[in-house]
Ligand binder design. Structure first.
Ligand code: FDA
Length: 300
């Protein structure tokens, strides 16, 4: 119920807009790296010091106007330039709806093409994040079109989807991020039970580790992480075939520990003014994250 409540809040456009003018509040500053590129580069440098790479997400939701999508694209191109100029160990994560998927498919493909081409000049990878199932087909089509021309592009597969295994097989030759899935999806297409989602998650991780090009295991779940550690050992899968990923600000100790143990580790670093929807989805996933809010409110 609490999950539905926060997912509902994440979709509230009025609150989204209000939050943009309000700065990072309610504890969001614990999980969002900053509002500017400069602040974000400093956060990445700090991660890099600990042997942790970053995937940078310019936060943005509810983009229905071409000017806003173009602005977002330009901001992402600036991030790519900053990654190159500062020589930090980082790549890009982007959400297709932020660069025009809800406006026009070809317009969106054009924007992502420009981003991927710019990143390609500097050897920087671009991950196309996966949103809700309403955008799934178009997102995969976009990835198919651009991966025919570029090899610095990858995407995300959500384990809660019944057809996750088919997707994993189709995208075996790509660098792929595997996640449990963050949106509320109907039972016709997605597992609803945590046990089923976890079981499918382990299944697709194992398959991709054995057969895929490069696997990003993106989870905060220590049971899954420990399983992966055992699995790669048993199957002699070298460290350069996979990495762990977690979100900025979550389980910091575990992030540092995994990097210290010699695993490739990449932190998802969101930044920007449009933090509200992202933050609400994190509360939906794990209401204990409300601790971040309470800490902030009472430490003032
Ligand atoms: P889950 O929330 O299932 O928790 C499992 C267990 O892990 C908990 O019971 C607890 O024991 C432990 N745990 C979890 N969080 C903890 C914490 N903060 N502190 C202590 N213990 C904790 N989704 C999507 O649909 N599209 C996408 O593109 C992405 N991209 C993405 C990138 C990255 C880097 C990450 C980490 C995640 C995503 N996701 C995503 C989100 C993903 O689908 C999923 O919703 C969340 O990661 C939550 O699921 P977990 O696997 O982390 O563990």
């Amino acid at each position: 119920m609490l999950r539905d409540f926060f997912i509902g809040l994440s979709k509230n456009q009025l609150l989204n807009t209000a939050a943009k003018n309000y700065g990072l509040k309610m504890g969001a500053q614990n999980v969002v790296a900053g509002t500017t590129i400069e602040e974000t580069i400093e956060s990445i440098k700090e991660l890099n010091k600990h042997g942790i790479s970053a995937t940078v997400d310019n936060l943005g939701e509810f983009v229905f106007k071409e000017e806003e999508a173009t602005e977002a694209k330009e901001q992402i191109v600036k991030v790519i330039q900053a990654i190159h100029d500062h020589q930090v160990d980082a790549h890009i994560s982007l959400k297709p709806t932020q660069v025009g998927l809800d406006i026009d498919f070809d317009f969106c493909v054009g924007n992502v093409r420009e981003i991927v081409a710019k990143a390609n000049e500097y050897g920087i990878f671009v991950n196309v994040d996966m949103e809700d199932s309403g955008h799934l087909g178009a997102t995969l089509e976009l990835v198919d079109i651009l991966s025919a021309d570029f090899d610095n592009i990858g995407t995300v597969i959500q384990a809660y989807l019944h057809d996750a295994q088919e997707q994993v097989e189709k995208y075996r030759n790509m660098r792929i991020r595997l996640v449990k899935g963050a949106y509320k999806e109907p039972a016709e297409i997605a597992y609803q039970d945590k046990k089923d989602i976890d079981a499918n998650y382990v299944r697709i991780i194992e398959w991709h580790l054995l057969n895929g090009k490069f696997t990003s295991v993106a989870t905060h779940d220590h049971n899954i992480i420990n399983h992966v550690k055992r699995f790669v050992k048993e199957h002699n899968i070298p460290n350069d075939k996979f990495e762990f990923q977690m979100l900025y600000g979550f389980r910091r100790e575990l992030q540092l520990q995994l990097a210290k143990e010699g695993y490739n580790f990449c932190t998802y670093v969101p930044f920007g003014k449009d933090w509200y929807g992202y933050f609400m989805r994190r509360l939906a996933e794990r209401p204990q994250n409300l601790n971040l809010v309470f800490k902030q409110v009472f430490n003032k």
